[in-house]
Design a protein around this ligand. Structure first.
Ligand code: PEP
Length: 246
């Protein structure tokens, strides 16, 4: 049986005081049966690493450079993240694909760089509303995952995949459990063709997950937890979602 994983994506929110309050609330609310982690803005990685030392809550970055080191102003390397004990790094969140023109190959290269430093990449895939309406969902997510499979080879089994329909992120529109499960099953089948370990791999759902819809989403056979944006900013809401994954 796969242990569920719930990851909060704080995006570009918070400050040192609100982060401390949020983490204190989470620490008081746990532990959970599910594995729990938060992906935080880079400047706060050190604070969060210290605050979560010895806690059952993991932490990660929201992005990672594909490059090892050098003249890449503004980038943060996997080696730097690893030095702090970073466990996860998001790769290819739709906001990065859309606003920073990250290609499928760039995302795959980021996943490879993370793995080289024992950081688990959480590779995000998902279709836009226009793509869903044009019946392109399967083709789009397959293309996005395929680049990662080709780049990582047998190491593909070490990643976490997050299916995040772009039309559901931050919009309050959630994919129905059936819609999400259908895509997760497609992704699992694609992984099965690439690795014999696909049944142990986690595929998270993300897109307006809230305390009141989490349990039915997480009850789907191929949904192994969630990537949570807005609802991860309030300890009570996020803790309730983590409980729903138990
Ligand atoms: C996300 O940012 O990955 C996300 C799923 O956001 P939200 O939960 O706010 O839709």
């Amino acid at each position: 049986m796969r242990r569920k994983l719930v990851v909060g994506n704080w995006k570009m929110n918070g400050n040192r005081a609100t982060n401390a309050e949020l983490l204190a609330g989470l620490k008081a609310a746990g532990p959970w049966v599910a594995e729990v982690a938060v992906c935080v803005p880079s400047p706060y990685l050190g604070d969060v690493a210290l605050s979560l030392q010895g806690e059952a809550i993991g932490w990660g970055a929201q992005d990672v450079s594909a490059y090892e080191s050098g003249a890449y102003t503004g980038e943060v390397s996997a080696a730097m993240l690893a030095e702090f004990g970073c466990r996860y790094a998001l790769a290819g969140h739709s906001e990065r694909r859309a606003y920073h023109a990250e290609s499928d190959q760039a995302v795959a290269d980021k996943a490879k760089a993370a793995l080289a430093h024992r950081i688990t990449p959480i590779v995000c895939v998902g279709e836009t509303l226009a793509e869903r309406e044009a019946d392109q969902t399967a083709a789009v997510v397959k293309r996005q995952l395929s680049a990662v499979i080709h780049t990582l080879g047998h190491c593909i089994s070490q990643i976490v995949v997050a299916y995040e329909p772009v039309w559901a992120i931050g919009t309050g529109k959630t994919a129905s459990p059936e819609q999400a499960q259908a895509v997760h099953a497609l992704l699992r089948a694609q992984l099965k063709a690439a690795t014999e370990h696909a049944d142990t791999m986690k595929i998270l759902y993300g897109g307006s997950v809230k305390a009141d819809n989490a349990a039915t989403l997480f009850a789907q056979p191929d949904i192994d937890g969630g990537l949570i944006g807005g609802a991860s900013l309030k300890a009570g809401d996020f803790a309730a979602i983590c409980r729903a994954a138990g």
